[in-house]
Write a protein that binds this ligand. Structure first.
Ligand code: G1P
Length: 235
């Protein structure tokens, strides 16, 4: 199993510090947040980790360079999460851990792998329940039991089939890359990972796993503050 950590976004919600320091490199304790995510991928069983970065985020490369299980790829244009993941194509089952989504309180990726093994190695999407007024910030699932039957990227509360949101972690078969290659732009004109997974559902079963930890979006000052607070209070 491989892991891909997209960390190419510009960090506009955290300017001006992100002119120099990528948001993923902000410290949680003495480690950059991104290192906690790399640790999560390793302990979930990933034997190679691909970090997707962009020009201006070389600090990430400098920090992790020389670690034998890590390689770097560049996303040269900001064409969306699906496009970022495609730059890192691997020919194996893949864990995708969003570089700005820190999960504290559990090892979400590891739990998802264990869940998948109990369900015939199916795809698993890490989820959290969100207030209905916030569904438009997330990919939202339609489920039957745990099984995902449909997904929609950033719906309005009226369109949303549930309050179960994609929360920064995915375990997908290598087949996802085929779907990403033919994926047309969706919400915001971007190549959406959600849309490619949605097409994949017809051929590959996928399950929603609501992990017990808390996801913090460290891409903005408030989320980062919450992550620090959670880290020092109980993790
Ligand atoms: C991305 C995904 C979305 C997901 C969210 C949080 O959105 O496109 O489906 O719910 O991450 O994991 P972004 O926050 O990059 O806009």
């Amino acid at each position: 199993m491989k892991a891909i950590i997209p960390a190419a976004g510009h960090g506009t919600r955290f300017l001006p510090v992100t002119r120099v320091v990528p948001k993923e490199m902000l410290p949680i304790g003495a480690k950059p947040a991104l290192e906690l995510i790399v640790d999560e991928a390793r302990s979930a069983g990933a034997d190679e980790i691909v970090l997707v970065i962009s020009e201006g985020k070389e600090l990430i490369r400098r920090y992790f360079e020389g670690q034998s299980d890590i390689r770097f790829v560049y996303q040269k244009e900001q064409k969306g999460l699906g496009h970022a993941v495609l730059q890192a194509e691997v020919d194996d089952e893949v864990l995708i851990l969003l570089g700005d989504a820190l999960v504290l309180g559990c090892n979400a990726a590891k739990e998802m792998v264990e869940f998948s093994r109990k369900h015939g190695d199916a795809a698993v999407i890490g989820c959290e329940r969100v207030p209905m007024e916030k569904v438009s910030r997330y990919g939202i699932m339609k489920t039957e039991g745990d099984r995902i039957v449909d997904m929609v990227e950033k719906p309005t509360p009226e369109e949303a089939p549930s309050d179960i949101a994609v929360a920064g972690r995915y375990l997908l078969p290598a087949a996802i890359f085929g779907y990403l290659k033919t994926q047309t732009p969706g919400k915001g004109g971007e190549i959406q990972l959600t849309d490619a997974i949605r097409r994949m559902l017809a051929e590959y079963p996928a399950y929603a796993y609501v992990y017990p930890g808390h996801r913090q979006d460290i891409g903005n000052p408030e989320g980062y503050f919450n992550a620090l607070k959670a880290f020092y209070e109980n993790d």
